[in-house]
Design a protein around this ligand. Structure first.
Ligand code: PEP
Length: 254
């Protein structure tokens, strides 16, 4: 069954005490919201805090912690990196893979991301695979082909059984942190396109169960409109996830 999910991406923000108090505030506010097996909340925090935040979310039935990145190997001489096996050991069950900031600033390619996806799955970590076009791609009407390539090269090496355990986040790069949101029509159009690719490759049942999140300046004022689109199954939230009340109001929009 398709799951509705809201993920907060804290990026490289918050000091330890701020991170803990934000997580506590979110947990407390969400006690008044009906979460369930098909309506979950995930906090993607700086790796330093994953241990602590996992302890907090671990006490809640439908809240989880998430890494913002993993290395493509499970272990070894990779100074400064974190891996799926290590985050698993502190209770993390999700990881972002291929966020546009990692693609842009750390030169992550689809080929590398495909390896990270496989490694995450090998440790039962659910990868949230981010894809999205640049503004120029949209201007030139190349946005569908950019997403097609990102999905094919990043994910289509997976077997059907593996693919059942992934989440996709569509995040148009021009909408991330800019205050400019994709319209609900633009989001729905791309989400439906992504789902059609999955139908073609893996069939109707797997495509129907796939959670596809929207990310890009999602906030309390536009979340409901975005989330009512039939192929938008929740959101990946950056800036607004740093304010407990805003984040929880976005969850309520689910
Ligand atoms: C993100 O970081 O994935 C994101 C969507 O950021 P924002 O909500 O700030 O645009």
């Amino acid at each position: 069954m398709r799951k509705k999910i809201v993920v907060g991406n804290w990026k490289m923000n918050l000091l330890k005490t701020q991170a803990e108090s934000l997580a506590n505030e979110v947990v407390n506010l969400l006690r008044h919201v009906d979460l369930s097996e098909t309506k979950k909340v995930i906090l993607s925090t700086p790796s330093l805090y994953l241990n602590k935040i996992s302890e907090l979310t671990g006490k809640e039935k439908f809240m989880f912690s998430c890494s913002q990145n993993i290395h493509h190997e499970n272990s070894g001489a990779y100074t400064g990196e974190i891996s799926a096996e290590r985050i698993k050991s502190v209770g993390v069950s999700y990881t972002l893979v291929g966020h546009s900031e990692r693609r842009a600033y750390f030169d992550e390619t689809n080929e590398l991301l495909a390896k990270k996806i496989t490694t995450a799955l090998s440790q039962n970590i659910v990868p949230i695979y981010c894809c999205g076009e640049q503004l120029e791609d949209r201007r030139l009407e190349n946005h569908f082909s950019v997403i097609l390539t990102q999905i094919e090269e990043g994910l289509f090496h997976l077997s059907s059984d593996e693919f059942k355990n992934i989440i996709i986040a569509y995040e148009p790069v021009w909408a991330i942190g800019t205050g400019e949101t994709a319209t609900s029509d633009q989001a729905q159009e791309m989400h439906a396109f992504i789902r059609s690719l999955i139908i073609e490759k893996y069939g109707n049942d797997i495509a129907d169960d796939l959670t596809i999140l929207y990310g890009g300046s999602c906030k309390p004022s536009n979340a409901e409109e975005l989330f009512t689109c039939p192929d938008v199954d929740g959101g990946l939230i950056g800036g607004a996830s740093l304010i407990a009340e805003d984040f929880v109001n976005i969850v309520k929009a689910l």
